[in-house]
Design a protein around this ligand. Sequence first.
Ligand SMILES: [Zn+2]
Ligand SMILES: [Zn+2]
Length: 385
Amino acid sequence: MAKRDYYEILELGRDASEDEVKKAYRRQAVKFHPDKNPGDKAAEEKFKEATEAYEILKDPQKRQAYDQYGHAAFQQGAGGGFGGFGGFDLSDALRAFMRDFGGFGGAFDDLFGGGGRSRRNGPARGQDLRIKLPMTLEELATGASKKLRIQRLVDCDRCGGTGAEPGHAAERCPNCHGAGEVRQVSRSFFGQFVNVSACSRCRGTGQIITHPCTVCRGEGRVHGATTLNVKIPAGAGNGNYVPVSGAGHSGTHGGPPGDAAVLIEEKPHDIFTRDGDNLICEVPISVCQAALGDEITVPTLNGDETVKIPAGTQSGKIIRLKNKGIPHLQGFGRGDELVRLVVWVPTRLSAEEKQLFKKLAAMHGTKPPAADRSFFEKLRQTLGV
Ligand SMILES: [Zn+2]
Ligand SMILES: [Zn+2]
């Protein structure tokens, strides 16, 4: 399939500024992001296409080459000098998006399920790390800075990550002459085929380590630990993650490290249930408080608040405390706290209380108006059932 014009993909004019390129890409990427279109292959293609266009147009040098030679500038072996831009896959696209626009909102499993893509040629990139971070609702409401001690594979000190024992540099692989790949030409009835595969002798690295490092046994990396400083913005929640680029495992034989992502896990709260940026809590009131009205104390994330309940409050009534919820992650303002009043009916009555309830029962006005449909409709609405 012929490649579409990069400017056309991003719906830009040829004279678009760098800022316009960025904005246009963001618009497209958010629209076609795999998170928003789970399982939609067409959207995934558009996301990859837009990201590829962005990677070229945001870079002045590449953009100039593209303006001059078109897609030919990036084909393997072309004179443009940017060969090897083919095979742009989804994890590359997601990584590019995450690098420039942060990771909130997405595609975690797509990105980290697949792991780092190893280059056929040369040292391999380290694997990505996924770190779970349990947080309380209070921390998420204010945002928090956390220091995380993580276990990861780090560059070996002895060999500096090369895998070769000091004094014995790695040698060029005699099988592939350092290319890391071998080409086999086969002829058939249909013509000539070139089959390229990773060199088995050096496993695609192009180098043979004659004297492996005694500490890492030639891998170039060892088990270690690092401290990660991460800032969790206010309003984050379950499933959000903070990307920390380059904080994953070290690559093999001096390859670049993978990325880390800190995945937030919200701890359950004793009082509040979170619903988006709103908080829900149930507060019991007595039959008398419900009938006569009262002032009650309700918990909020910032301490107790006094709330007036009107006379004749029905069980299930919701009182909305504006802006007492969780801050919105993107943008200003915050959610509300929804206090659900539940009328508590006494289970054990003294003789005197029993007398009083009997007296009330005898009075017609204390019975629910069975004939009044609107009352039950209203109740149903309040309860949300
Ligand atoms: Zn080789
Ligand atoms: Zn080593």
